[in-house]
Write a protein that binds this ligand. Sequence first.
Ligand SMILES: [Fe+2]
Length: 402
Amino acid sequence: MAPLYTASAPSRRTRARTSSFSSNALLSSLSTTSSATAIAAPAPKPAPTMVSIKTLSLLDFKNAATRPRFLQEMRDSLMEIGTFYIRDHGIAGEITDDAMKTVQDYFALPLEEKKKMLIGNSRHFRGYKLIGEEFTNSQVDHREQLQFGPEQQPLESFQPGQSLNYEGLQGPNQWPRSTLELLPSFQPVILDFMQRLEQLSQTLMEAVALSLGLDQDFFRTMFGPDPYYRLKCAKYPSVPHEKEAKIGCGAHKDTGFLTLLLQDMVGGLQGQDPVTGQWMDTRPIPESFIVTMGESVERLTGGLYHATVHRVLNNTSGYDRYSIPFFFDPALSQTIPHSIQDLNQSKVLDFEEALENAMTKMTTDEKKGETEVEGWSNGAHIFETVHRCHPEVYARWYDKEL
Ligand SMILES: [Fe+2]
């Protein structure tokens, strides 16, 4: 299908930031074309301008000559919006096509078949959810969904009411035999896709670390040997225009660290410009993923990097919309510091210094920040999120009087 949208490579722009991390150094490093600079005092504040979402090539990160430019553009994107597109990411088009087709084939199964893997069957919050049963910001979402996570053995010692709730998240996905007979490629395609997305996420978090002037493996260390992730496959059915408009998915920030999103060409996803508050279409770009930071990154960086508020409009396109977000987070048992000790925001705002710092650190084995002991439980944080989205799973498996 022909691309509906081709992202340009916008130049840096002057924006009237409301963030407490605006600084003269930052503003002076931005565009010098602002009319405000040519007007005698008192100069009017420049009107906030709409920012656009950049498209970055992962090849530029892997090439030493272009890596600085990549990191600068990533940093600009995450400071301005919290979102960018990534292309040349190393996951072949045949792989993403297979994943999308597998998800479409699953949702096309009879309802009775899909109900064999209802999410309520799974203590680990894995499985199928009927349309109209998920809430975002207390508003019902108009989508079906299917959720997976790392394929693991459940923790046998888990006891509801006695164990830490998040320990119940560890476990296998649901694979009903009849579903595998109907869709033989279902299980291998989903498991393979998650493995590839995990690798891509690790690479992108290395880039995020470098863009902040941190060690390349800063987040790999923080995430631990068994990062926790969730793959959420969603179908947004098209509804008639005359039907009362319902939101596909309510406005929210993702709660964790990094989200990769594969979407089809239907569109409907919007991100909110944190400066102007305007909604902007996050249009589908073939062979690319949308990369978004979550609230954990926003919190860790003291708001320097944004977690983008986003939503999905009701789908009246005449075509069903399919999307596959992948949420990448630290291991459930990890304690996450309240802030990054090494992160000197004033230095990060001076990108040249931050970059020099990052490039120097790439050649060392320093692992600063590991000694931080105070922080929040990543497992508890994730459990709070999934519990809020799927209260029926909590009611069945966790809310026990002992
Ligand atoms: Fe989201």
